[in-house]
Design a protein around this ligand. Sequence first.
Ligand SMILES: [Fe+2]
Length: 280
Amino acid sequence: MALTTDPVALDQWYAVGSLPVVAQITRLLGQEIELSAGANGPVVRRCDTGAVLATRQKWGLVFATFGAPAAELFDIAEAHESDRRFVPCGWVTMRASGLRVVENFLDMAHFPFVHTDILGSEPHTEVPRYDSEIRRDVDEVWATNCTFFQTRIAATESAGDFVRLTYRVPTPFTVMLYRVCPSAPDRLDAIALFIQPMEETLCRAIPLMWLVDDRTAQAELLRFEQVIFLQDRIIVENQRPLRLPLEPRRETPTRADSSSIAYRRWLKEKGLRFGTTGAA
Ligand SMILES: [Fe+2]
């Protein structure tokens, strides 16, 4: 597969590796790229032409673009708060469209069935009504006032309770979750998932967490996240089609899907083709 011609996909920043850079060959938008540690910072090159891509370093990651993004990388306010635990998790590769991974991240309805006895359990399967919107001023998708009964809402907690969540989609291939922190109810844990779309139906993703949690061992935090992520990988790899359909009525929506509907509408308005059932 060659580099996509989709201008919407080309004009985005993508996480393509962690810092410090380990020299490697990887893929982005169908194109083989090479990461290396240059004298003045990370270097990302196209393997076919040798052209050097524009890069940024943020949150312990290297970002690159083939195009001309309309804006710099978005901000995560919680990342500036020095008393937080910053927990970069590991990269996970998935044979699915990165857009499917975002949509799965937004979906609360699967918690009791996929993350049984961790993020949900039967009979608590109902997704209470919440609000979804495309925020025009920032060009992001948000889902607010989300609640869900979870068996074990964070690594610090052992009892079940209604968790209060806010979802944010700052770019087509990035999704965030803000969770009212169980151990500090006036603050929000922030979890971001950065997706590197390698091919239309192949991606890798890395979760980064900024937590208000000075108790849980790092190893346990990573294990908690990894268990959840591997359960999600099975789901996204088994969805058909692997690409995300943007046409209305291809899949029957339910009330719980309102964030997914807003996300798909937003992608369709942008004209994104890469990773969708429309041709890239
Ligand atoms: Fe999940």
